[in-house]
Design a protein around this ligand. Structure first.
Ligand code: MIC
Ligand code: SF4
Length: 755
């Protein structure tokens, strides 16, 4: 079965004519990003004048994907709209709620028990609203999408920040918050500021210990966690064509760590091979016939500086393996410099755990190459010194890796195989022993390594590397080991150099054509009932937020002035809290509990100006709200980096935090806040951040007259009775101002549906 084949056929049929038309209209060659974006425009009338990074445009994505931890809130919002089915093909994937502890079978069984209520809810909502449902154990959303839904030239959105993985198969696939998905499910267009385009030319060929992961580890170091914000990263060059399709997907997946809207590669032979191998020969053939429309125009790649906003070049032949971390994915360290860096920073050298897999690196190629490292080690009487965990990305990859004997190699080396799910990557790792473990290092092939993310222990130093480097360092058990130059001591006291990893990118035969774990929506959906147990602690129907009232923006206390990095993990932690993703009231108890208060440098301790005492952030926020006060939160750069979880935007709204004022925002989080009716402002002068005092009261005037591009004046009423004024900017367009005035974007859709 090929999903969406009719849509794909008609898409490719009209593609050449549409692209020629767009090229003629613009009168210049097109990048691949522009081709895909523009053929998905909802309205062509303004195309000629559209400016990158300035103008908003509306798009019609081909598909929507949602994962269980974000789908609950997305679908609870969709239910409020009163629509009877999703206007666009959509799917839900149960992957985030499975805890990794004992191993795949036992962990899956226990997840089915613990999360039954949520799975039943999601499955019934999917049945009712014509959405495909993927069971727990079927795989991680992005791998399942790559194997089944992605097609070159298509556009999809997904309620997860790593949706861009599908760029490995030539798709424009940005991550979004649930409210954006709801717009598209209700038949509205999807709005995005037209992104900038960063061109990355890849030359040469990977060799030895280097893998596709190292391309993105290096680029993340070059761009930093905010350098890609507001841009699509487009890869090209002969080096790009030499990478496997799943290698490209790894690169696109982790492009999210640069803040990029998404990343994309042009259609080529490795993509065609992957489509054939996953049973989609017809899609490969259709894409082949459209080859020149599924890559940038030749002039673009010949003179990239003319057509891209920024251009980088990476020579794959000279690329070294990298290890990024700890605590941030952009701290890129070439492996040859790790010894020095680790010693200088005093990082724990012993590796307590090595983990491979996740949505980033769990392809057949990753598993085959990492298993070759272990096979080589075992045959040379080397043991694996660190605990080792393998997380296959999907049931298809798991089955075929089992058949090929790779998983058996891992087991022989003492590794555990976890369920095909996010598991430790999202803090669903029942590791045990954090209290006694203290500071320790882990190395994994996931994408993110924020403090406390994998095991909840802020002293765990997480390093990110390719699966083969993770395997090699786990054999040595030491962070300073460099397999390119160093040797390991065997049980027979011989010094052994590990041979370079090897392994095919695709299985010899096709992947199993049987799709396991998929439940299509039934034809007759009229009488399906959606069940939420009254008093449930996991699911709660949503109440609409109040509409705008200027009075609420006066006499606002400061809830917290956040110091330094503030990711969505700091705002709304995952791990333990994942169980409340469908219950706004319960999950709000984690609001900002990971963020550092600038005034006392403590986590989860803020001044309550009403009592003069310190309390936890959620407690103080609740007290203010219950006293009828709105509040303001202040932050620094790239605020809300990381996840697409809109809980990080709904929680403040629930507590009546009406304004977030920061130096800069991460894209998805800013949109999520706007959608929920929270006013997003940025300092005009970043130095004003320091003027804000702990016991200030804020007033904002002129909100009735809010217009695109306007500046707002904020009054800081200090406790010594002095007053200061600061200026704030915003990025609202006309449409977004209507969300703000209505109290939330959902209030508008709801009203439209009702009238
Ligand atoms: C992540 O990798 O941080 C997550 C968990 O997949 C999130 C989504 C979520 O918080 O549910 C993401 O990347 O968007
Ligand atoms: Fe899951 Fe981790 Fe991928 Fe997020 S990054 S989708 S938590 S595997």
């Amino acid at each position: 079965m090929i999903f969406d084949i009719d849509i794909i056929r008609s898409f490719y049929k009209s593609l050449p004519g549409r692209i020629d038309g767009i090229r003629d209209l613009l009168g210049r060659p097109l990048t691949l990003t522009e081709k895909i974006l523009f053929v998905h425009l909802a309205d062509y009338s303004g195309l000629k004048g559209l400016r990158r990074k300035t103008d908003y445009a509306e798009f019609r994505p081909d598909r929507i994907a949602m994962q269980d931890a974000t789908a609950q809130m997305a679908l609870l919002q969709f239910m409020v709209t009163g629509k009877d089915q999703s206007a666009v093909p959509a799917s839900v994937h149960c992957d985030h709620l499975i805890t990794g502890k004992l191993g795949a079978d036992a962990d899956l069984k226990s997840a089915l028990g613990i999360n039954r209520e949520v799975y039943d809810f999601l499955s019934s909502v999917c049945s009712k609203y014509n959405i495909g449902f993927w069971d727990p154990g079927a795989g991680i959303i992005h791998q399942v999408v790559l194997e089944n839904y992605a097609f070159p030239g298509g556009m999809m959105i997904g309620t997860d920040s790593h949706t861009p993985t599908a760029g490995g198969l030539g798709m424009i696939a940005p991550g979004v918050g649930g409210a954006d998905a709801v717009d598209v499910m209700t038949g509205m267009a999807w709005e995005l500021k037209l992104p900038g385009i960063i061109g990355v030319k890849l030359t040469g060929r990977l060799n030895g210990w280097t893998s596709a992961k190292d391309v993105i580890l290096k680029l993340t170091g070059m761009l930093t966690v905010k350098g890609g914000t507001g841009s699509v990263i487009e890869y090209f060059g002969d080096g790009a064509e030499s990478l496997s399709c799943t290698g490209k997907a790894t690169i696109c997946n982790m492009g999210a760590e640069t803040g990029a809207t998404c990343s994309v590669f042009g259609f080529d032979e490795p993509m065609s091979n992957y489509l054939n191998s996953t049973g989609r020969g017809e899609v490969a053939e259709l894409a082949e016939q459209n080859r020149k429309n599924l890559t940038g125009d030749p002039e673009v790649y010949a003179y990239p500086e003319k057509y891209f906003d920024q251009v980088f070049e990476i020579d794959l032949s000279a690329l070294e393996p990298h290890i990024n971390g700890p605590f941030t994915p952009d701290r890129a360290i070439p492996i040859s410099q790790m010894k020095e860096e680790a010693a200088r920073n005093g990082w724990p050298l012993k590796i307590s755990s090595g983990l491979i897999g996740s949505c980033t690196n769990s392809s057949y190629e990753d598993i085959s190459r990492a298993s070759s490292v272990f096979e080589n080690a075992l045959s040379r009487k080397l043991s694996v010194r660190s605990e080792f965990i393998v997380i296959p990305g999907s049931e298809r990859v798991r089955t075929i890796s089992e058949e090929a004997g790779f998983l058996e190699v891992f087991r022989k080396a003492g590794a555990r195989i976890f369920a095909n799910a996010c598991g430790p990557c999202i803090g669903q790792w029942d590791r045990g022993g954090n209290e006694s473990r203290g500071a320790n290092s882990i190395i994994h092939s996931f994408n993110r390594n924020f403090a406390g993310r994998a095991d909840g222990n802020p002293d765990t130093h997480a390093f990110v590397a390719s699966p083969e480097i993770v395997a090699a360092l786990s054999v040595a058990g030491n962070l300073m080991f460099n397999p390119l130059t160093d040797m390991v001591l065997s049980s027979e006291r011989e010094l052994i150099r590990l041979p370079e990893p090897s392994g095919p990118s695709l299985p010899q035969h096709q992947f199993n054509s049987e799709i396991s774990g998929y439940k299509p929506p039934p034809d007759d959906r009229a009488n399906i009932e959606i069940k939420i147990t009254p008093g449930s602690q996991r699911l709660q129907l949503l109440k609409p937020f109040r509409e705008f009232d200027e009075k609420e923006f006066h006499k606002m206390p400061l809830l917290i002035k956040v110091k330094g990095k503030c990711t969505t993990d700091h705002i709304s932690q995952a791990g333990f809290w994942l169980k409340y993703r469908g219950h706004l009231e319960n999950i709000s108890d984690n609001y900002m509990t990971g963020a550092v208060n600038w005034f006392n440098e403590k986590v989860n301790s803020v001044l309550n100006v009403l009592s003069g005492k310190y309390g936890t952030v959620p407690d103080v926020a609740r007290t203010y709200r219950d006293s009828g006060l709105s509040q303001i939160v202040v932050g620094e750069e790239n605020f809300g980096e990381g996840s697409s979880r809109e809980h990080a935007a709904m929680e403040p709204r629930f507590f009546n935090v009406r304004v977030i004022l920061v130096k800069s925002f991460a894209r998805i989080h800013e949109t999520n806040l706007k959608k929920q009716g929270v006013l997003t402002l940025t300092f005009v002068n970043n130095g004003d951040y320091y003027k804000i005092r702990e016991d200030d009261w804020f007033d904002i005037d002129g909100l009735e007259e809010l217009v695109p591009g306007s500046k707002l004046k904020l009054t800081l009423n200090h406790s010594d009775e002095t007053v200061e004024y600061i200026e704030a900017g915003h990025s609202y367009n006309e449409n977004q101002i209507t969300w703000f005035k209505a109290g939330s974007a959902l209030n508008i859709i709801k009203n439209k549906t009702v009238t």
